[in-house]
Structure formats: structure tokens, C-alpha cells
Write a protein that binds this ligand. Structure first.
Ligand SMILES: *[C@@H]1O[C@H](CO)[C@@H](O)[C@H](O)[C@H]1NC(C)=O
Ligand SMILES: *[C@@H]1O[C@H](CO)[C@@H](O)[C@H](O)[C@H]1NC(C)=O
Length: 121
């Protein structure tokens, strides 16, 4: 076994261990929600972009420009076929960047924006 092959095997084992130990590096439990581990996942970023588009359709103020999803939470125990996300999204309006919180629900092929508001923190 070459060194790089061995390293690959060790890495896979480490990832498996992290995935089964709650509170370990894989994710942190906050009540019944867990942090979305890989926030650069294209699906997560796309959801943030979609939320901004939805808001722009009904917003009386100028349009928001999506920048990125900066963090997010998902239920620790997902319901079958229903995905919930609480996302923190950075977006700009007139060159001013603000952070927003959005709650999204995905079920089959439908998406719903449950709430969207400025982060107050
Ligand atoms: C996170 O997702 C991105 C896009 O799919 C991928 O390139 C990257 O390797 C992932 N990072 C981790 C730590 O899984
Ligand atoms: C998101 O926006 C907030 C408010 O402008 C800023 O403080 C923060 O650094 C931004 N985060 C990222 C990752 O760009």
C-alpha cells in the first residue's frame, strides 16, 4: 500500500467516526437543529438565491442582490420528503450588505419561503 493510499483509507475512517459521534466535528447539535456542514454546497447556495428572488417579487423596496448563504441550520431529524432550512443569507441593496434570515421548506418539487427578515444581532 502506498502512503497516499493509506492516507486515503485513514481519512475515510476518520470521516465515518466523525459522522456517528454527535457533537463531534461533523456537526453541532443545537436543540433539534444542526449546523449545515458544507455551506458551499451548490444546492444550499441555490436555495439562498431562490429566497432572494422570491423576496424581490413582492418587495416594495429596491431589489436585493444575493451574495451568499453564510450559515444554516437543518432539523437534526429530517421528516420524510420534507426538508427545512434556516439560512443566513448575505445580500446587498444599494451597495449596502446586510445579513438576512430565511426559513425555507422543500417538499417534493415545491419550495416555500416561510419567513424572511433582517438579522438583528
Ligand atoms: C463542499 O461542497 C463543495 C461543492 O459541492 C465541494 O467542492 C467541497 O469539496 C465540499 N467540502 C466539503 C468539506 O465537503
Ligand atoms: C455578511 O454580512 C454582514 C453584514 O454586512 C457582515 O458583517 C459579514 O461579514 C458578512 N459575512 C460574509 C461571510 O460575507
Amino acid at each position: 500500500m502506498t502512503t497516499s493510499r493509506l492516507l486515503a483509507v485513514v481519512t475515510i475512517i476518520a470521516v465515518c467516526v466523525a459522522a456517528i459521534v454527535p457533537g463531534a466535528t461533523a456537526y453541532t447539535l443545537i436543540g433539534h437543529w444542526r449546523h449545515i456542514q458544507n455551506i458551499s454546497d451548490p444546492h444550499i447556495q441555490k436555495l439562498g438565491q431562490w429566497a432572494i428572488t422570491e423576496v424581490n417579487e413582492v418587495s416594495p423596496s429596491g431589489p436585493l442582490t444575493f451574495i451568499k448563504v453564510t450559515s444554516g441550520l437543518q432539523p437534526a431529524i429530517a421528516l420524510m420528503e420534507v426538508e427545512e432550512y434556516l439560512l443566513h443569507i448575505n445580500a446587498s441593496r444599494n451597495d449596502v450588505i446586510n445579513s438576512y434570515a430565511a426559513m425555507l421548506i422543500e417538499e417534493d418539487n415545491t419550495r416555500k419561503l416561510d419567513f424572511f427578515e433582517r438579522d438583528h444581532s
